[in-house]
Design a protein around this ligand. Structure first.
Ligand SMILES: [Zn+2]
Ligand SMILES: [Zn+2]
Length: 340
């Protein structure tokens, strides 16, 4: 984010002598559909949404239902200050866009939300996003929003959000789908919420033989490992256990074993298992983390593994910190404001 000039902001004050911290916070970690309830309360039930604060920017990764509590938190933090936000979309499956109609900042004038993504399947990105807010699905269309919403289809694989360099890379997933790597002043963050690691679609992209009658985004595994090489934080689809995956080959989602293998190959520092299966409760996710950590240990790897969890804030070590320094992690659930 940058509040519009000249308003006050959460940005780094000019003239300060040190870089502001770079951090991310998970607002939604679940795959496919929201899963509220007592069995998921620890890891959370909202779908994909991650906030990144870096170099004075607020960058939002995907707009699943976790976008709603993020919107409330931004409104509480910045009150009437104008906000300039950037949303990077990986793709337009429901679990990655359904928070958008409930994102408070777009209902306030003077706010700007810039949505960047690659072309939506068939109709174009703007048409796909606005359609879910048209009657009979929702009462307020894009055109009637008080805030400014700008949708831009990315044509390039590398671009900047303010000073933050961003690279995009295709993912293995049904439909047009990418992941992103953000290069911040204090390290890099990669986000591949939906990706079937280690799978090559048998018929390739754009094939009429595919069971899903849409394109398959596809990438070469070696190329993906190269793209992720040395990344500090990797947020990666690990929906299934190895056993479950046998029944879900070709569904477009990853399993723990292959995800760990990719993270080891790419020399990732910190891996967050992401896109938790809607049928997995907190205890099952704990077991998947333990299995992943055992795999790393069995190969004498250095990758730290955890499961992404709603409310977890991860601060990247400062640029001059030792190479093996630990990420600062805190869990701060931001409560909804009291009802009036
Ligand atoms: Zn998904
Ligand atoms: Zn998807």
């Amino acid at each position: 984010m940058k509040p519009a000039d000249p308003g006050p902001s959460g940005a780094h004050p000019p003239g300060a002598d040190s870089e502001p911290p770079v951090w991310l916070r998970f607002w939604g970690v679940r795959g496919s559909t929201p899963t509220p309830g007592p069995a998921t309360v620890r890891y959370g039930g909202n779908t994909a949404c991650v906030e990144v604060r870096a170099a004075g920017e607020i960058i939002i990764l995907d707009a699943g239902t976790g976008l709603r509590p993020l919107g409330r938190a931004l409104a509480a933090e910045f009150a009437e200050q104008p906000l300039r936000l950037t949303l990077l979309l990986t793709h337009t499956h429901w679990d990655h866009i359904q928070g958008l109609p409930y994102f408070l900042p777009i209902y306030r004038p003077n706010n700007e939300l810039r949505i960047l993504g690659h072309e939506g399947a068939r109709q174009g990105l703007a048409a796909v996003l606005s359609a879910q807010m048209e009657s009979p699905y929702f009462p307020i269309g894009f055109d009637a929003l008080p805030g400014s919403v700008i949708v831009e289809e990315l044509k390039e694989r590398e671009f900047h959000v303010g000073p933050v360099r961003v690279q995009a890379h295709c993912a293995n997933h049904p439909g047009a789908c990418v992941g992103y790597r953000l290069f911040t002043p204090q390290g890099s963050i990669a986000f591949f919420p939906d990706n079937e690691t280690g799978y090559q679609h048998p018929t390739g992209p754009y094939s009429a033989r595919a069971r899903v009658p849409s394109v398959w985004s596809q990438c070469d595994e070696e190329a993906l490992a190269g793209f992720l090489d040395g990344v500090d934080v990797l947020i990666l689809d690990a929906q299934y256990t190895a056993q479950e995956y046998e029944q879900h080959v070709g569904w477009g989602h990853g399993c723990v074993d292959k995800v760990v293998a990719l993270a080891l190959q790419a020399r990732v520092r910190q891996l967050f298992l992401f896109h938790h299966d809607p049928d997995h409760d907190d205890a099952q996710i704990d077991q998947m983390v333990e299995a992943a950590q055992r795999l790393v240990a069995s190969q004498r790897g250095a990758v730290r593994v955890e499961a992404a969890r709603e409310g977890l804030r991860v601060e990247l070590p400062a640029g001059d910190a030792p190479a093996d320094s630990v990420f600062t992690k805190t869990v701060d659930i931001v409560p909804d404001p009291p009802r009036r």
